[in-house]
Design a protein around this ligand. Structure first.
Ligand SMILES: [Zn+2]
Ligand SMILES: [Zn+2]
Length: 413
């Protein structure tokens, strides 16, 4: 690496220096034109050394001008105003790491370009890069937080066109596992599709179709302590609204724009579990939220269900041996009638790995079924007007009156 101060026996350095000094530039703007050489000095310090050298060259005492024609004294005063504004803006936001980004004004960009036209771009640093670094250093000093390029808790954007400060707060991702102990609640908030959440006759003014959901029960105390705007809920699959989930299902809840990130998850776990509808365990903050969500969404694991079925007619025990067929053949399912209004009409093929059953009345049976991820269990039992083949109802020649469903095992790993 070349060192600073420069070797001024190099003619091109001398020429470049004198060319720059034809306009009034501050030491920062002067030093920045060799900003990529060496390190340990600020551009202002480089500029000072260069100006002293130029004074010797020209045998006149060159002083730093009152007003810099390039940055308009941004590095002398403007920067302090910006830093004050940032500190005010991020008050009340809890973070450990931050990043600064700058949108340079069009005017500044043009002036920088014009200078580079004359002196070339060898060794120069951009004004944007210097602003980010210098503001970053001051914010580090004032807040005792760390500058971090990769995955900062907060990104602060300085827009020099409008002098506005914008912040982007990283979501807080919490991983955990849940059980659903009651029937009749969906996994995520179910916004009314007719009014998009505003409230209408269809949803009785609620804006949503169910009073609560697993997401809402879990998010309530989390939104409160983190002062987040809202949440987004991602789980490894989902059970039907009317099904329970008695095994632990992994999920990630994403808290959006949290003002607090340091929270005691043990206490929150207890609060959530008071609901009696949903239980959670193993809550922990994770850094690689997006990655884990992708994994949860793509992992395909078998599930075992317990299905309680009431048939319309007496069960003919002679036909029960036919049930072996569901594990011998691939189950072919057209999109169920109950969801066809919101899903494409497609064909799904899945296997049933195991089926066992128990008679618990002349018309009632309990099935235990292990199936591949994605198999529509209800339709496997009812046949869905022939849209699922083979199916239990046809095999034992009996129509289903009603059924209830529990997920009892999620076969992860
Ligand atoms: Zn300047
Ligand atoms: Zn509505």
């Amino acid at each position: 690496m070349r060192k600073f101060p420069l070797d001024f026996s190099e003619e091109k350095n001398k020429e470049k220096l004198l060319e720059i000094l034809k306009i009034n530039v501050c030491n920062s703007c002067l030093g920045r034109q060799w900003g990529m050489i060496g390190h340990g000095l600020t551009n202002a310090e480089r500029g000072k050394i260069l100006r002293d050298y130029a004074s010797k060259l020209t045998k006149t005492e060159l002083k730093e001008p009152e007003t810099c024609e390039l940055c308009n004294n941004f590095f002398k005063d403007g920067i302090n105003r910006i830093v004050d504004k940032i500190v005010e803006k991020i008050q009340g936001v809890e973070f450990d790491t931050f990043l600064i980004g700058t949108v340079v004004s069009d005017e500044l960009e043009k002036k920088q370009e014009a200078l580079w036209e004359k002196i070339g771009v060898d060794d120069v640093e951009t004004i944007k890069s210097e602003i980010n670094r210098e503001v970053g250093k001051r914010i580090e000093k004032l807040t005792k937080k760390r500058f971090n390029l990769r995955n900062p808790d907060i990104t602060i954007v300085i827009d020099l066109n409008t002098n506005a400060i914008r912040t982007q707060i990283k979501s807080l991702y919490i991983y955990g596992k849940y059980q659903k102990l009651v029937r009749g609640i969906p996994q995520t908030k179910w916004i009314c599709s007719k009014c998009k959440g505003k409230g209408c006759i269809y949803c009785k003014g609620e804006g949503k179709l169910y009073k609560t959901s697993i997401q809402e029960i879990i998010e309530a105390p989390l939104l409160k302590v983190t002062k987040s705007k809202n949440s987004s809920f991602h789980a490894a699959g989902r059970e039907d609204v009317d099904a329970r989930n008695l095994d632990w299902r992994p999920f990630v809840i994403e808290l959006i724009k949290p003002l607090k990130r340091k929270i005691k998850l043990k206490d929150l776990e207890k609060k959530i579990n008071k609901s009696k509808k949903v239980r959670v365990k193993g809550l922990k903050i994770i850094d690689n939220g997006k990655e884990i969500i992708r994994k949860l969404k793509t992992e395909r694991v078998d599930k075992t269900y317990l299905v309680d079925v009431e048939f319309e007619n007496r069960i003919d025990e002679k036909l029960l041996k036919n049930l072996k067929n569901v594990t011998r053949e691939i189950i072919i399912q057209k999109t169920p009638l109950r969801v066809i209004h919101r899903r494409a009409d497609k064909i799904r093929k899945r296997r049933v790995k195991k089926i066992s059953y128990k008679l618990i009345g002349s018309r009632r049976m309990q099935f235990k079924i292990r199936a591949e991820s994605g198999l529509y269990i209800k339709e496997l039992i009812t046949g869905d007007n022939g849209r699922t083949q083979p199916n239990v109802s046809d095999l034992i020649n009996n129509k289903v009156k009603k059924l209830s469903l529990d997920v009892i095992k999620i076969h992860s790993g």
